[in-house]
Design a protein around this ligand. Sequence first.
Ligand SMILES: [Zn+2]
Ligand SMILES: [Zn+2]
Length: 165
Amino acid sequence: MSSKKDMSDKFNDLSDLPIAFDSSKYITCPYDKVHRLLPQRLANHLTRCSRNHPSSKLVRCPFNSTHLLKKNELIPHLSTCESSSVYTNFQFPDKLPESSTASEDIVPSKEDWDAEPPAPTYKPISHPEDDFILRNLQGAQPAERRIFRAMERKRFNEHKNKFSK
Ligand SMILES: [Zn+2]
Ligand SMILES: [Zn+2]
């Protein structure tokens, strides 16, 4: 079990250490005190390291998977976990005070838009005859549709002739 892989894991962790070792920047692996790593490497490391400690009784904080604690430490941790607020904001983004402030900030800029001359309403180019015919076609059978279409076309032509006279 103490294979090549374990050794390479250890080597990778040690290679993270800078020449001037600043211990305050490093955190200790909850599985093994010997493992010291940068916070951004912890999540990755824990995934690998947990395999080497299958009998570990450590439980993961629901707010942050890199928080590993003894079972009896979890409840006190939850009330102080700095990730819990992030998690709450993520779950309930509406409750973020920042988001309502942000939308209020957008409103004044609308005045600039109003100062612009109103753009003409976009009118898609369509065939008036098709508009007329397609009005009542929904749900019709193909055969019915063909007859209906012929009838409507005839009616439309009559309608058009009436107004063009
Ligand atoms: Zn470790
Ligand atoms: Zn936590």
